[in-house]
Design a protein around this ligand. Structure first.
Ligand code: KG4
Ligand code: ZN
Length: 336
C-alpha cells in the first residue's frame, strides 16, 4: 500500500496505490490563484502547496478507506519542476517515510507521465513514450524502466506555446483548454502556420518560432469573433502538426512496437484523434492516458513508484529534489 505525493508545479496531489490499482487520487489545482497573472508565480505556488498538502493527503486516505498507518511506502516527485514546489512535497514525503519507518522512492515526473498511459493496461515494448505538457515536450524510447531521451524541445513546450498565445489574447491561464473550446468549428487552415523543422536535421521540437509568429499576427490584426475562432483552430492545428510530424520521423528511426502520448496536452481531442489515426496507419499499439491522468496527478507517481520499489530503488533521507531532468532543455549531458 503506497502513498504518492505530487507537487512539481501548480497542482497539489496525492494518491493511494496498491499493486497497480489506484485506490484514490485527489488533485487540487491552484489555477485560480494564477488566472490574473497569466502564468504560475513560483513563490505563491510553494506556499499554497504547504497550506494544502496535509488536507489533500487526509482526503486521499479517507477516500481510499485507509489510515496513514496502513501505508507501507511513500513515493514523491523528485524532478523536474519548480524547486520550491518540489521541496514541499518531497520534504513532506521524506518526513512521513521516516516517521512511519517505511521506504521512500523518488519519481521522475516525466517518466510518470509516460506510465500514466499504462494504468489498467500493459505496455508493449519497445515503446515510444511522448510527454506533451506545459513544462516539457519530450520523447523517450522506453523498455521497462529504462528511458532514453530521443527528442525534446529546444525552447518552449507545446502547452507553453498554447498558454502564451492565450495570455496574449487575454484568454487567461491555462490556455490549452480555452483554446480547445474556442477553436471548435473554426477553420484549421484559415491561417497558414507551416510545420517547424530544425535546420540541423534533429528531431527535437521547437515552439518559440510558431508562438512568435502567432503573437505577431495578434499584434498586427484585430483577431476577434469568427476570425478568432479560425485563428485558434489554425494555431492549435499547427501545434499538433509538429507533434505528428516528429512522431512520424521518430517511428521511422526507432521502430517502436507501440506509442504512448501523455501529459496535460494529451487530453486535447484534436490531438487524440490525430494520434489515433496516425498509430492506426502505422500499425502501432497506442496508449493514451485516461483523461483524469493526463494533467498532473499523483496516481501516475504512485503507479511508477511501485514499479521502481519492486526493482529495488530507494531514496535515503539525504536525497533532494532537482528542477531539471535529462529531457529538460539545455541540459548538456543529453546525448543522442
Ligand atoms: O502535464 P500538465 O498538467 O503540467 C505540466 O507538467 O506542465 O500540463 C499542463 C499543460 C498546460 O500547458 C495546459 O494549457 C495544457 O496542459 N492543457 C491543454 C488542455 N488542457 C490542458 N492543452 C490543450 N488542450 C487541452 N484541452
Ligand atoms: Zn506534468
Amino acid at each position: 500500500m503506497l502513498l504518492a505525493i505530487e507537487t512539481s508545479c501548480d497542482e497539489t496531489a496525492a494518491a493511494v496505490v496498491h499493486q497497480g490499482r489506484i485506490l484514490s487520487s485527489v488533485v487540487r489545482s491552484q489555477v485560480d490563484l494564477f488566472k490574473e497573472f497569466g502564468g504560475i508565480v513560483p513563490e505563491i505556488s510553494s506556499r499554497r502547496h504547504l497550506e494544502l498538502i496535509q488536507v489533500i493527503v487526509e482526503e486521499t486516505l479517507s477516500r481510499a478507506g485507509k489510515g496513514i498507518e496502513d501505508m507501507e511506502a511513500v513515493a514523491a516527485t523528485k524532478k523536474p519542476g519548480l524547486i520550491g514546489s518540489l521541496l514541499v512535497g518531497y520534504s513532506y514525503a521524506k518526513a512521513l517515510a521516516y516517521g512511519l519507518g517505511v521506504s521512500l522512492v523518488g519519481v521522475d515526473h516525466l517518466h510518470a507521465h509516460v506510465y500514466s498511459a499504462e494504468i489498467g493496461r500493459k505496455f508493449r515494448f519497445p515503446l515510444l513514450g511522448v510527454v506533451v505538457s506545459g513544462g516539457h515536450t519530450a520523447a523517450y524510447m522506453v523498455e521497462g524502466l529504462s528511458f532514453r531521451v530521443v527528442a525534446r524541445t529546444r525552447d518552449d513546450a507545446a502547452g507553453e506555446a498554447l498558454d502564451k498565445v492565450a495570455k496574449k489574447l487575454g484568454l487567461g491561464y491555462p490556455g490549452g483548454p480555452v483554446i480547445e473550446r474556442m477553436a471548435k468549428g473554426g477553420d484549421p487552415y484559415a491561417y497558414d502556420f507551416p510545420v517547424v523543422r530544425l535546420k540541423d536535421g534533429s528531431l527535437d521540437f521547437s515552439y518559440s518560432g510558431l508562438k512568435s509568429q502567432a503573437i505577431r499576427i495578434i499584434e498586427r490584426e484585430e483577431v476577434k469573433g469568427e476570425k478568432l475562432r479560425d485563428f485558434l483552430a489554425s494555431f492549435q492545428r499547427a501545434v499538433m502538426d509538429q507533434i505528428i510530424d516528429r512522431l512520424d520521423a521518430l517511428v521511422e528511426r526507432y521502430k517502436p512496437a507501440s506509442l504512448a502520448v501523455t501529459g496535460g496536452v494529451s487530453i486535447n481531442s484534436h490531438l487524440r484523434e490525430r494520434v489515433e489515426k496516425f498509430s492506426a496507419q502505422k500499425g502501432l499499439a497506442l496508449y493514451l492516458p485516461e483523461k483524469r491522468f493526463c494533467g498532473d496527478n499523483a496516481a501516475m507517481i504512485g503507479y511508477l513508484g511501485e514499479k521502481l520499489l519492486e526493482a529495488g530503488y530507494r531514496e535515503d533521507l539525504f536525497s533532494t529534489p532537482f528542477p531539471r531532468t535529462e529531457a529538460s532543455k539545455g541540459v548538456k549531458q543529453f546525448a543522442k
